[in-house]
Ligand binder design. Sequence first.
Ligand SMILES: [Zn+2]
Length: 264
Amino acid sequence: MARDAIPTPDPRQLRLARGALERIRRRRLREFEAMMVTGFSRTCPVCGYVGEFAPVGEPPRLDGLCPLCRSRERHRLFKLWIERRGAITTDMAVLHFAPEPVFEPILRALAGTYVTADFLRTKVDLKLNIEALELDDAGFDLIVAHQILEHVDHMKALGECFRVLKPGGRLVVTTPVIEAWATTYVNPAITTARERVLHFGQKDHSRYFGRDLKDHMRAAGFVLHEFVSVEPDVSTYALMRGETLYELTRPAGRPIPQKKTRKG
Ligand SMILES: [Zn+2]
């Protein structure tokens, strides 16, 4: 492969760049401070609040946070999914990993059985490792697992969720995905929290998914439906453009796939 032709700046240029860096940073900070108040009125589908939203995240995403229920973009997308596709009924058993407090009363009211679970947190019904679930086969109609796959061995997690879902049951997942990447980025050389921020976007993430995540989901036996944020929902409910909620259905009558060893 040809080497990249990257030029070497001379020392005078580098001094100029350092000065420019400081000036640009100060100017951007002032601009950003002014932008924090966008003045737009948004609607929160989770709690019903209508009005200005707050910035959230590092770096801040403008209008990302509902000031009343603290929902973020993915929570509002999930609430829209519940309304439009969820069809959660009182004869259903729902398992919710790393439950967001705002959804507990909502799901508890809709489902017949509602079970919360987490690996670390204690104020949940069950302490569970999603890679090795101490649960019987085919016990749940719906499993909710937001922002979990990027922290764990996702193939193990998908396999375990498939196993404990009833045939026809669904797993609902959100996770950061770079659609333009054909393959998921993993890098065993990245070991420190700081390196993980640079490479994976957060100190406790262990990879950055590419669109092959969808192949991994299908390989685990699921049928995939993508619930994507589009306009006018994006501007009305302050969603992230194109954020996708993956709805994975365990098809009726399909056996549990044989365990394969695969990485990534
Ligand atoms: Zn809200």
